[in-house]
Design a binder for this molecule. Structure first.
Ligand code: PLP
Length: 373
């Protein structure tokens, strides 16, 4: 076997949960999985019909996204977020995870003198992984007391080396909402492209949904996904939109790589984007589940569980995230994510994804009520 002197992938974050998962699975009725943020509710029937009936499976789909898909995205940007984006400045991605993970390497090819990805210190781990996959460095930006990225704390030497800054609002895992206009201005001032991961925008609880594009398109790229909005994580459709030069460059490179959303998925996404009714319904489901699970955990653990400003995660300070996750698995048969999966500063927290039906969460409550003290 060849000896490896370079990159070898670390354990995948959720694979680290296997022993805790095994403890939860010993309960009759099985594990109630509140770890990964994967939707369980159905997408609209019209989306599934479009998937089966588009006739788009024979030919290669456009990597940048069909004109219909990009028009549907543009219309959604206007009606949902109040911003005008020309369709030339919108492109498709195969879900947003691959985009997040690969963007730094394409930026680095174009600016080889830069090597740094700036990302929130408490964050979705793929921002830092993207830096590693580009052979570069990830630099965590802490939050200020308001929970916003503390942009003033960024070392000017890191800003000079930065390929991009990631911002994520509503945040996974904290549920916080950031000031996207301030991030856009910081990026323009420092010549650093700002990528705004807005994949939870449909679940903005405090105030209206917001996008970085409201602050202008120059120097920024907003990233959106149908996975959470429309319960279509299995379909793999997202889009990115904003700065004309960045979108043109990235969509050209990605065309060479062969990154393509399958044609039937593109057609189905057009149908999903044209409907808000199913999103309103889903919002109500998550709102109810956040309240339900918050009260279950408050009663059982005696901890304070605040509802998030956005997203469908409870982010709870429990003292020791792994210990809490193990106890909850043993006593309630529920699997949650210890906070250190989202950064070394979060070991005291757990993240609870309310992605199971109400009856499964009630099952956790029943188990906890009858578990030995
Ligand atoms: C913050 C954030 N960004 C991006 C993604 C990727 O979503 P998808 O690849 O399904 O679009 C996720 C998924 O959980 C996420 O939490």
């Amino acid at each position: 076997m060849a000896t490896v002197s370079g990159f070898s992938p670390p354990p995948y974050p959720y694979d680290r949960l296997a022993p805790v998962q095994a403890a939860a699975a010993r309960h009759e009725g099985g594990v109630v999985d509140l770890s990964i943020g994967t939707p369980c509710d159905p997408p609209p029937a019209a989306v599934i019909e479009a998937l089966a009936g588009s006739g788009a499976e024979r030919g290669y789909p456009p990597s940048i996204g069909s004109v219909e898909l990009r028009r549907a995205c543009a219309a959604w940007f206007v009606t949902y977020l109040g911003v005008d984006v020309p369709i030339e400045q919108i492109a498709a991605c195969v879900g947003t995870k691959e985009f997040v993970a690969t963007v730094p390497q394409w930026l680095r090819l174009r600016s080889p003198e830069r090597d740094t990805v700036l990302h929130p210190a408490i964050a979705y781990p793929t921002y830092a992984m993207g830096a590693k996959l580009a052979g570069g460095r990830a630099v965590a930006v802490p939050n200020d007391p308001l929970g916003h990225l503390d942009l003033a704390s960024i070392d000017p030497a890191d800003a000079e080396r930065a390929l991009c800054l990631w911002i994520n609002s509503p945040s996974n895992p904290t549920g916080g909402l950031d000031d996207l206009g301030v991030a856009a201005a910081w990026g323009r001032r420092h010549g650093v492209p700002v990528f705004s991961d807005e994949c939870y925008v449909a679940y903005t609880w405090d105030g209206p949904p917001r996008t970085i594009l409201t602050a202008g398109l120059e120097g920024v790229v907003a990233v959106h996904s149908l996975s959470k909005r429309s319960n279509l994580a299995g379909l793999r459709v997202g889009c990115y939109a904003g700065d004309p030069d960045l979108v043109a460059y990235l969509s050209e490179v990605r065309k060479h790589v062969g990154m393509m959303v399958p044609g039937p998925a593109q057609a189905a996404a057009v149908v999903a984007l044209s409907d808000e009714h199913h999103v309103d319904e889903q919002r109500e489901r998550y709102r109810g589940r956040l309240q339900l699970m918050a009260s279950v955990l408050e009663q059982w653990a005696g901890v304070n569980v605040a509802l998030p400003a956005g997203g469908f995660y409870l982010w709870i300070d429990v003292g020791d995230g792994w210990q809490f996750a193990e106890r909850l698995a043993k006593e309630g048969g529920a699997l949650v994510s210890p906070g250190d999966l989202y950064g070394p500063d979060s070991a005291a927290f757990v993240r609870v994804a309310v992605v199971q039906p109400d009856e499964r969460m009630r099952l956790v409550a029943e188990r906890l009520a009858t578990s030995a003290p």
